[in-house]
Design a protein around this ligand. Structure first.
Ligand code: BG6
Ligand code: MG
Length: 217
């Protein structure tokens, strides 16, 4: 019974959740919509398009398709200005330790992210080679909490759904993993990620023994 590991990107592998927040905050200010870090929880794991829809709903703003396209472009340009400056220092603590360990054990690994910027980001932080398959926002049509992204990742890994383990920092992502019938591991505040099967504040809290227990089930 082969186990496979699926990693979300933003907020799990790299510290980019803060940049998404800053870029949305800037647009929200321009549109006169109040937007707090708490509101931002609803944006985590969710596609760019869906995030903008939520923002417009929050501000009761009706927009034309042309405006929507322009705002999506603007948000992404702003986000990319942060990403351009990014390097390995923005890999979250102990992520390489976990990736290295699983790689040495030849465990199949996938990236399962809503982001259309996943590959360039992984390249920037030199982690692209760890993953056997990259399933990202360019491939997936239905945003988390829909399980599509993880279902494709599991299929690409050739691992049964119930033998897939998913690391997620977003509520929507935990929900997607649970719906897919996978083992969900919340990375972040346990008070937020209530539905996760296991929860850790970050990867420094995860030891090899725990990883082994997931592998030898
Ligand atoms: C997810 C982030 O990983 O990717 C979301 O958690 C983001 O906040 C989504 O909206 C889409 O990212 P991008 O890079 O395609 O705008
Ligand atoms: Mg995330």
């Amino acid at each position: 019974n082969k186990t496979g590991f699926i990693f979300d990107l933003d907020g799990v592998i790299v510290d980019t959740a803060k940049y998404h927040y800053l870029a949305w905050k800037k647009l929200a200010d321009e549109l006169g919509v109040e937007f707090t870090e708490e509101d931002n929880e609803r944006f985590k794991g969710v596609s760019r398009k869906r995030c903008l829809e939520i923002l417009l709903e929050m501000g009761h703003i009706d927009a034309t398709q042309q405006q929507i396209d322009a705002w999506l472009f603007e948000k992404n340009e702003d986000y990319l200005s942060y990403i351009d400056r990014m390097d390995e220092s923005e890999i979250l603590p102990d992520v390489p330790k976990v990736l290295d360990y699983l790689k040495r054990k030849k465990i199949p690994m996938a990236l399962g992210s809503a982001s259309k910027n996943a590959e360039p980001i992984l390249q920037k932080v030199s982690l692209l080679s760890y993953f056997d398959t990259i399933v990202d926002g360019n491939l997936v049509t239905r945003a988390k909490p829909d399980p599509e992204v993880f279902l494709i990742a599991g299929k690409n890994l050739g691992v049964e759904l119930e033998n897939c383990v998913v690391f997620e920092d977003a509520l929507a992502g935990i929900e997607a993993a649970n719906t897919a019938g996978m083992t969900s591991i919340g990375i972040g505040d346990p008070a937020v990620l209530l539905q996760a099967k296991y929860n850790f504040t970050d990867f420094t809290q995860i030891d090899f023994e725990f990883l082994d227990s997931l592998i030898d089930r």
